[in-house]
Design a protein around this ligand. Structure first.
Ligand SMILES: *[C@@H]1O[C@H](CO)[C@@H](O)[C@H](O)[C@H]1NC(C)=O
Ligand SMILES: *[C@@H]1O[C@H](CO)[C@@H](O)[C@H](O)[C@H]1NC(C)=O
Ligand SMILES: *[C@@H]1O[C@H](CO)[C@@H](O)[C@H](O)[C@H]1NC(C)=O
Length: 335
C-alpha cells in the first residue's frame, strides 16, 4: 500500500503559495445592472415586440450570471502558468513530462458550497492524479479531497476522497463512478457547514463526515480554506497500486474545467482568524447552509448515499483492520 505512504509528502507538493484578493457579491451587482437595462429598454421599445426583447435580455441576464462566476473572478493559476490553458468558457490543466499544473481560489472561505464541473483526462490517464480540494494552511490544517486516479485506456477511473482534521488525514475512501467521467463534464461539490461535510457528484452525496464533536471526534470548523485543483504525476501509487506507470508518449494529459462556483462565507486575509470564525459561525446571520434542513441529508439523499456506497465503494478505511487494528472512533459511531 505504497499510496498511503506518499500521502504525507503529497500535501507540500501540490499546495501552492499564498493568495490574496477578495471578490464576492459580484453576482448581485451583475443582476442589478441587467435589471436596470432591462427596464429602460422595455420602456423605450414598449410598442415593439416586448416578448422578444424580454427573451433576449433574459438570455443576456443568464449569460451575465454565468460569466460572473467565471474562473478569473474566483481563481487564478498557481502552478506552471504555461500549462494552464484558457479555451472559451473552459479552462484546461495540462500534465506533460516537464510539469503538472494547478489553480487556486483567490480567497479563503469558512463554510459554504463549492462546485466545479470537470471532464477528466480522456484515453490513457494511468499514473496521473487530478485533484479538486479545499485546504487550510499550517501544521494543523484541515483538508477535504477529491482525487481522481487515472487508468489505462478503457479501464475505470477511481475517485479517492479523504479528509484531514487538525493535520490528521488517513481517512481514505475509494469509489468508482456510475458514468465515464472522461466523456462529459460532471459536477463535483463540497458542502461544508457546522454540522457536516458532504462530498457530492452531480448533487448525489457520496460521502458524509458529520459533526460528532460531542462524542470526541474532531470536526473542522475554525480554519478558513482555499479551493484548489491540480493535475500531477503520481505513478508511484495512483494506478493499480503503482504497477502501471505514466506513458509519456501519450502526454499531454489534459483535464478540463468549467462552471466554477463558490458560495461561501469569505474570510479576508486582513481580518484576524478568530474574527472570521466568529463572523462565519454567527447564529444571528444565518447563511443558507446553516438552515436546520442542511444539518443532515434528507431522506432522498440518504437513500442515494446508501445506493452509491452499496454499489460503488471499493475501499473504506473504516473497515481496513490491517491499517487500523483499532477502528477509528468516527467509524465506530458511524456503523
Ligand atoms: C519530453 O517529451 C518530449 C516529447 O516526447 C521529448 O522530446 C523531450 O525530450 C522530453 N523531455 C524530458 C525532460 O524528458
Ligand atoms: C484501473 O483498472 C483496474 C482494472 O479494471 C481496476 O482494478 C482499478 O481499480 C482501476 N483504477 C485504478 C486507479 O487503478
Ligand atoms: C462577514 O462575512 C460576510 C460574508 O462573507 C462578509 O460580507 C462580511 O464582510 C464579513 N464581515 C467581517 C467583519 O469580516
Amino acid at each position: 500500500m505504497k499510496w498511503l505512504l506518499t500521502q504525507a509528502n503529497r500535501f507540500g507538493y501540490k499546495n501552492p503559495g499564498s493568495y490574496v484578493g477578495r471578490l464576492f457579491a459580484k453576482k448581485v451587482s451583475v443582476e442589478l445592472k441587467f435589471e436596470e437595462v432591462l427596464s429602460v429598454m422595455a420602456t423605450a421599445f414598449a410598442p415593439v415586440s416586448v416578448k422578444l426583447l424580454f427573451f433576449c435580455f433574459s438570455v443576456a441576464l443568464l449569460l451575465g450570471l454565468v460569466s460572473s462566476s467565471k474562473f478569473d473572478e474566483l481563481f487564478q493559476p498557481s502552478w506552471a502558468l504555461d500549462h494552464v490553458i484558457y479555451e472559451g468558457e473552459q479552462l484546461k490543466l495540462k500534465l506533460d513530462n516537464y510539469s503538472g499544473s494547478g489553480f487556486a481560489s483567490k480567497s479563503k472561505y469558512l463554510f459554504g458550497k463549492t462546485t466545479i464541473q470537470i471532464k477528466l483526462v480522456e484515453g490513457d490517464s494511468a499514473g496521473t492524479v487530478t485533484a479538486f480540494y479545499m485546504s487550510s494552511e499550517g501544521p494543523n490544517h484541515n483538508e477535504f479531497d477529491f482525487e481522481f486516479l487515472g487508468n489505462t485506456t478503457g479501464e475505470p477511473y477511481l475517485v479517492q476522497t479523504n479528509l484531514y482534521v487538525n493535520g490528521v488525514g488517513n481517512r481514505e475512501e475509494r469509489m468508482n463512478l456510475w458514468f465515464d467521467p472522461t466523456q462529459d463534464f460532471h459536477s463535483y461539490s463540497l458542502l461544508w457547514n457546522q454540522r457536516q461535510v458532504v462530498f457530492m457528484v452531480d448533487e448525489t452525496p457520496i460521502r458524509v463526515y458529520s459533526n460528532k464533536e460531542r462524542k470526541g471526534v474532531p470536526f473542522p470548523k475554525d480554519q478558513a480554506m482555499g479551493v484548489y485543483s491540480s493535475i500531477w504525476n503520481a505513478d508511484d501509487w495512483a494506478t493499480q497500486g503503482g504497477r502501471v506507470k505514466t506513458d509519456w508518449t501519450h502526454a499531454p494529459f489534459v483535464a478540463s474545467y468549467k462552471g466554477f462556483e463558490i458560495d461561501g462565507c469569505e474570510c479576508p486575509d486582513s481580518v484576524a482568524a478568530v474574527d472570521n470564525a466568529k463572523n462565519c459561525s454567527s447564529s444571528e446571520r444565518r447563511f443558507w447552509w446553516d438552515e436546520p434542513v442542511m444539518a443532515e441529508l434528507n431522506l432522498h439523499q440518504h437513500h442515494e448515499l446508501l445506493w452509491v456506497r452499496a454499489n460503488h465503494l471499493v475501499y473504506d478505511y473504516c473497515v481496513d483492520t490491517t491499517r487500523f487494528p483499532v477502528t477509528p472512533l468516527e467509524c465506530v459511531l458511524h456503523h
